[in-house]
Design a protein around this ligand. Structure first.
Ligand SMILES: Cc1cc2nc3c(=O)[nH]c(=O)nc-3n(C[C@H](O)[C@H](O)[C@H](O)COP(=O)(O)O)c2cc1C
Length: 249
């Protein structure tokens, strides 16, 4: 699946030793998938895919098709780390096939960092407007510097759109947002929209930089933005509805 990964198939016992594929960064004492707590197991399996394998999705799809065409009986899939899939082992292969094809759920994720909480207010206003406009859409809001970056990426993986916010600092964006955007670019997400927002004092470069960085990461960056001078006023917060509208379309 990854260029550095090689699988082995044991004829007779019908075991696929899949190396990195189908694994998780998760240990269960009883070893097998049917002994694991399903929410944790699937959460970890998706987190692993989103954060490690997503850039290789075209390869994953091709490889699964290749293996399926061999028509091998597979009774067990034993990855190099995580649960061993012995109960309905093909369920994780089917999930990978879905995940490899620009996977999306009806979710929008808002991520930001802030110094004095102005940008945080904008983030929550955008989240609230989305929930108001499209109650069936799941909305999650994260402060980048207070959250696990891999968890946020898993939420981005599930999302049809994201909104990213940072105040302007030293004519740039906050370093936590900058580092997170580097990682986001590596993961090669496709078919997702993005919007930008942020507070500033005098020069206000952050929204322009966020636009450039998100475009470079492969996101379709939408037009409405909130560029807010110092703390948000009612006029700034009202613009959250415009962002919500384009992200929900
Ligand atoms: C260390 C520091 C550097 C800043 N640099 C800039 C800057 O280069 N340009 C600018 O427009 N505002 C700058 N600001 C002002 C912030 O962008 C402004 O205070 C903003 O309202 C902070 O948003 P927040 O409440 O989300 O933290 C700077 C603020 C600080 C504390």
């Amino acid at each position: 699946m990854r260029p550095d990964s090689m699988a082995t198939y044991l004829t007779g016992d019908n075991i696929l030793f899949s190396n990195d594929a189908f694994g998780q960064h998760y240990a269960i004492e009883e070893l097998f998938n049917d002994k694991a707590e399903p929410c944790l197991l699937w959460g970890e399996a998706m987190k692993y895919y989103a954060n490690i394998l997503n850039p290789f999705s075209p390869l994953v799809k091709k490889k699964i098709e290749e293996i399926q065409s061999l028509n091998l009986p597979i009774d067990i899939i034993a990855p190099s780390h995580g649960a061993i899939w012995r109960e309905d082992p093909m369920q994780i292969v089917e999930k990978y096939y879905q995940w490899a094809q620009d996977y999306q759920e009806n979710q929008i994720t808002v991520v930001y960092d802030t110094m004095w909480e102005g940008t945080m207010q904008l983030a929550h206003a955008i989240g609230e407007e989305i929930s108001h406009l499209q109650p069936d859409t799941k909305v999650k809001v994260f402060n980048i510097s207070q959250s696990d970056k891999n968890d946020i990426m898993t939420e981005v993986f599930k999302s049809k759109a994201i909104a990213v916010g940072s105040p302007t600092v030293g004519q740039d964006i906050l370093s936590a947002v900058g580092g997170w955007l580097d990682f986001l670019k590596e993961l090669k997400f496709k078919n997702k929209k993005a919007a930008v927002f942020g507070c500033y004092g005098w020069s206000g470069e952050s929204t322009k930089i966020l636009r450039e960085r998100l475009s470079a990461a492969g996101f379709a960056v939408t037009e409405p933005e909130i560029k807010c001078n110092w703390n948000p006023t009612d006029t700034d917060l009202a613009k959250a509805a415009e962002i919500a509208k384009v992200l929900c379309e």
